[in-house]
Design a protein around this ligand. Structure first.
Ligand SMILES: Nc1nc2c(c(=O)[nH]1)N[C@@H](CN(C=O)c1ccc(C(=O)N[C@@H](CCC(=O)O)C(=O)O)cc1)CN2
Length: 283
């Protein structure tokens, strides 16, 4: 079967062109969208992602403020930084790069960010609104995946979508967004029995497990669309996903690569949320 390669970079660029236009319109009205990113510690992958976020801001004309804090930062100091940013008029969005060092309670950090500036969509207010289908900041990776499906003309309504992973950042909101688009959704996770039996029923399979190349052809139904959220290093230190791309591609109707699939969309939807936040200043 010939498979459609879902090009996240290309789709991202198309969406970013629209965002750039919106930024220019806002600037013409005296509003420069602003994003603050807090990076705690030395995790190399987090440093790469944050650098990519800064680059995207620059390219789109969004003001970005990067706050780098040492690995031994206390929770108290981090919360104080967030509170200052909550009050800063030039900042429309606040993002604390995850994961955080172990001395810091992630949930407490997320709940300290003003829901009005929660461009990650992780605050309980945003999560609750998302579950109710109300307008809010949607978490960037699942929102980006919905955009990948839309731009690739992959119908969601009536399809059986299987999501592997139940993190608050990806798995859980992913299933909810698919449900809101009328998919029948099955969640799978580390305690799921007979994972292969489940995944082989998927018309759309979203994989967010964090284990390099775990999903092989045996897990795939012929003609499925496969979305790989994984970001791992293989035995040669090359970036790879949770899906064994070479083994499954022939069986799929569409598939995202790693890199160049879901990752760029995460950053694009962050830019989108930041601009949506800035637009509230127009009223
Ligand atoms: N506060 C947050 N922390 C984290 C999030 C998040 O959405 N908010 N998600 C992930 C990491 N992440 C964004 O922060 C992210 C991961 C990957 C990419 C990406 O563009 N990947 C590229 C490859 C990049 C590389 O060369 O290493 C790709 O897939 O093509 C962007 C963002 C955890 N933390």
């Amino acid at each position: 079967m010939s498979s459609q390669l879902i090009n996240g970079k290309e789709i991202s660029n198309t969406i970013r062109t629209g965002i750039q236009k919106e930024v220019q319109d806002l600037i013409a009205k005296g509003i420069t969208p602003g994003l603050a990113v807090i990076l705690v510690g030395e995790d190399p992958a987090s440093h790469t992602y944050v650098a990519n976020k800064e680059k995207a801001c620059k390219e789109l004309g969004i003001y970005s403020k990067l706050i780098k804090l040492p690995e031994d930062t206390t929770e108290e100091d981090l919360l104080a930084q967030i509170k200052q940013l909550n009050e800063a008029s030039e900042i429309d969005g606040i993002l604390v790069q995850l994961p955080l060092p172990k001395q810091i309670n992630e949930q407490k950090v997320i709940e300290t960010i003003s829901p009005l500036k929660d461009v990650d969509g992780f605050h309980p207010n945003s999560v609750g609104k998302m579950l109710l289908g109300q307008e809010t900041f949607l978490p960037c990776t699942p929102h980006g995946i919905m955009k990948l499906l839309e731009y690739s003309n992959i119908e969601v309504a009536g399809k059986h979508a299987v999501v592997i992973g139940r993190s608050h950042i990806v798995g859980v909101p992913m299933g909810q967004l698919l449900l809101q688009h009328d998919a029948t959704v099955t969640y799978c996770h580390s305690k799921t029995k007979n994972l292969q039996e489940m995944t082989k029923q998927a018309d759309i399979l979203v994989v967010a497990i964090g284990r390099a190349k775990m999903i092989t052809a045996d897990y795939i139904k012929e003609g499925a669309a496969v979305i790989d959220v994984g970001m791992n290093r293989d035995e040669n230190n090359h970036l790879c996903g949770d899906v064994d791309f070479d083994s499954v591609v022939e069986k799929t109707s569409a598939i995202t690569p790693v890199p160049g699939g879901v990752g760029p969309m995460t950053i694009t939807m962050l830019m989108y949320n930041t601009v949506q936040s800035a637009k509230t200043k127009l009223a």
